[in-house]
Design a protein around this ligand. Structure first.
Ligand SMILES: [Zn+2]
Length: 100
């Protein structure tokens, strides 16, 4: 008999992930997966990014119209993450203002 039990996948409950929006570290368990391709079901060859719950609420319940265009305009995948996030947030802020 084993005391630890058998687990079918390797899951580390202590794994920490970093929120891509605010940079906070949080347990993976508490994080929301974010897939910039908008398709969480085809997981092959992908690396998911994570958002903490407050950022998830702020970022992901907005209209997705224009999101892909905004990602492209911000050079998603072609620039380093810091530059991309800065550009993307600037655009998002502009959008929010022009809608207000
Ligand atoms: Zn966050």
């Amino acid at each position: 008999m084993t005391a630890t039990g058998w687990r079918p996948w390797s899951f580390d409950p202590d794994e920490q992930v970093t929120c891509i929006a605010c940079g906070d570290e949080l347990p993976r368990d508490d994080a929301r997966e974010y897939d910039k391709h908008g398709d969480r079901w085809s997981r092959q060859g992908k690396q998911f990014e994570y958002l903490c719950k407050p950022c998830y609420r702020e970022c992901c319940h907005q209209n997705r119209d224009g999101l892909e265009a905004a990602l492209v305009a911000a050079d998603a995948g072609r620039t380093d993450r810091r530059t991309f996030l800065r550009r993307f947030c600037e655009r998002a802020a502009d959008d929010a203002e022009s809608r207000a």
